[in-house]
Design a protein around this ligand. Sequence first.
Ligand code: AMP
Ligand code: GLY
Length: 426
Amino acid sequence: MKVLVVGSGGREHAIIMKLAESPRVTKLYCAPGNGGIAKYADCYPVSATDLDGMLALAKELAVDWVFVAPDDPLVMGMADLLRENGFKVFGPSKAAAIIEGSKVFSKNLMKQYGIPTAGYEVFTDADSAIAYLKEQNSYPTVIKADGLALGKGVIIAQDENDAIAAVKAMMEDKIFGESGSQLVIEEFLTGPEISVLAFTDGKTVAPMISSMDHKRALDGDQGKNTGGMGTVSPNPYYTEAIAEECMQKIFLPTIHAMNAEGRSFRGCLYFGLMATPKGVKVIEYNCRFGDPETQVVLPMLETDLLDIMEAVEAQTLNTLPMYWKTGACACVIMASGGYPASYEKHKAIMGLQENGQHSNALVYHAGTLLEDGVFYTNGGRVLGVTCGADSLETALQRAYAAVAEISFEAAHWRTDIGRRALEADR
Ligand code: AMP
Ligand code: GLY
């Protein structure tokens, strides 16, 4: 089987390294890929959002499978276009990807089908949103742009000034373009966050091992929101009781709701959850694997990923046993100094082997470039340094030991990835 993976981050690197373990995968391609991925897959400079370009590439390479990893091409309909042209695709249709593509859609879906989530209202103009904020007068409050906004569309406003500024920035200044033409204002929830990625073929839901992301840039959950600065799996807050509650109240109802809407979801559905004092609630859905959750989930997967992709496509997921490693996995993101605000690129990375790896860690490249055998930084998040072990404590120790041996100018990483999880375990 020849497989083309669409995307260019650490998540795609983790998908490719897992697919490389499959005895039936004979050739791996990636578009556009990155420096580290280039050691495992032939990379082609086709943008992940270039639907026609990707179709042409899939035809030229005569691949059997295309794995569409990022949100934007899925929301734009890349999976549909490829399927219409006879390719097997891992990734939901455009109709189903709307579960991530529109927060208004997903909030209304949850309300209609009784799936627990934060209370909310939808607004299409700034004046009524501001009037509502004044009438509610309850802070913090959460303001979300309807559409995709590179993971930056959620603002947690601490007071009325913040909230009004956020509404004006989204609706009047259009900082997220058309994504902000509608917005959701929702209740602020508290509790530990849990990420659960689940394979689904529209009939069966097979949750993967749980994980915990660390979204803020600095230690102690301080600083700006980022794409994610590190992850651990499993998430100790995801107890068996909570897993059962999620299956009955969230996972199965979501699959049924999407079917009832004629938007059957096939692929990886990401449940962003919060264990609140009033039960588990959905914070967000994503129509794809999480980044950097994938970097700690797929290394724990024992079942052949290609077998799972085939079962999802054939809607036979119920007959496929799925196995996970015991123990734990940790990923520490090394980012460019300044990220998530502005940062410099093209800093030489030291401490990697020729294949971009480290002898004691899996190194998933997020933003790197390979030039004359040297890896250079080429993005905000640069590397995801990952280790598995019998315990989370050991996995973290090993990951941080490897981080200490890798360097580039102005490298930045959090030193407390997994701390909250370790505390919960005690
Ligand atoms: P998102 O970009 O949708 O992943 O949201 C970013 C982060 O905002 C989430 O991971 C949560 O930490 C936080 N968040 C989103 N919605 C809420 C909410 N209703 N209450 C509290 N925190 C939230
Ligand atoms: N790590 C959060 C996400 O992938 O959306």
